[in-house]
Design a protein around this ligand. Structure first.
Ligand code: S3P
Length: 190
């Protein structure tokens, strides 16, 4: 984050006036990107986009349908297309899919075209949340208990390298927009 970004952000918040910025939330499935993204957008007076929702609106198909019809490779191409469409909006919070930063040059692209925040949770916390999650996730289909935990541990280890390229990493536990803004100010000091 550049000092000017933070000055602008704080200024915008205090005056309740939006300014040009895109924030991309990245992290594993179940880390709370969508719920938090909505709250953050509301606090900042920004628009909100959830990439999975945009994919569904763009294609008229659910995420599991897209995986079944196109395979993961086809899904990732469409996901990149929808990610690139976010360039037309400013003052925008984007919740990405758990795999978005890990394909093509998506992570570098987000870092170039906005600010990125990694919402971090450990594998156990993710497994607890995902065990009871309602939205169907093709990569997790049929996995439960120990098998789910092992899968998450392995996938997270693989993906962490991408997530860690984010401009900032925050704990996803009890994260609030207010806390994120405090972290941003702390980053300015460092
Ligand atoms: C995926 C995460 C999902 C969705 C798809 C693939 C992944 O998004 O894009 O099921 O590869 O981790 P969420 O992170 O919102 O669950």
């Amino acid at each position: 984050w550049k000092k000017s970004d933070l000055t602008n952000l704080n200024d915008a918040i205090s005056k309740n006036k939006p300014f040009l910025m895109r924030i991309y939330l990245v992290g594993f499935m179940g880390s709370g990107k969508t719920t938090f993204g909505r709250k953050l957008a509301q606090k900042l007076g920004y628009a909100f986009a959830d990439l999975d929702e945009r994919l569904t609106a763009y294609t008229g198909k659910t995420i599991p349908e897209l995986f079944t019809n196109l395979g993961e490779a086809g899904f990732r191409k469409l996901e990149q297309e929808v990610l690139h469409q976010t360039i037309t909006d400013a003052d925008l919070v984007v919740s990405t899919g758990g795999g978005t930063p890990c394909f093509f040059d998506n992570m570098a692209w987000m870092n170039t075209n906005g600010k990125t925040v990694y919402m971090h949770l450990d594998a156990k916390a993710l497994a607890n949340r995902l065990e009871h999650a309602k939205s169907p996730r093709p990569l997790l289909a049929g996995r439960k208990g120990e098998e789910l935990l092992t899968f998450i541990e392995e996938k997270l280890a693989e993906r962490q390298v991408f997530y860690q390229q984010a401009n900032m990493m925050v704990s996803g536990i009890d994260l609030t927009p207010e806390k994120l803004l405090i972290y941003l100010e702390a980053a300015q000091v460092r």
